[in-house]
Design a protein around this ligand. Structure first.
Ligand SMILES: [Ca+2]
Ligand SMILES: [Ca+2]
Length: 92
């Protein structure tokens, strides 16, 4: 039983490491692409941009409903990372 506990802890650590790596990569991708976070183009980053994100949430490039403007980390998936990145620029 102890071994199972250790394995799940190792697994959790691995997941956290991957998440951290993913976040760092997302930020670097953003710097490279100079993506705008004002996804609806009204001049500021606010809750309306999050609503635009929510409408496209869960879609991948090529699917109906996919909005490339909301894919701010350019990974061809509209997921929580895009919302996090938009949120980080909230009010700009
Ligand atoms: Ca906006
Ligand atoms: Ca994305």
């Amino acid at each position: 039983m102890k071994k199972v506990g250790f394995d799940s802890m190792l697994f959790t650590s691995l997941l956290l490491s991957l998440l951290l790596l993913f976040i760092v990569q997302s930020f670097m991708a953003n710097v490279a692409f100079c993506q705008t976070y004002d996804v609806n183009g009204d001049g500021k980053v606010d809750i309306l941009d999050i609503l635009v994100w929510a409408n496209a949430f869960g879609t991948v490039n090529g699917e109906e409903g996919f909005n490339p403007a909301v894919d701010v980390n350019s990974d061809n998936v509209i997921d929580i990372m895009d919302a996090v990145l938009i949120s980080l620029h909230f009010g700009e």
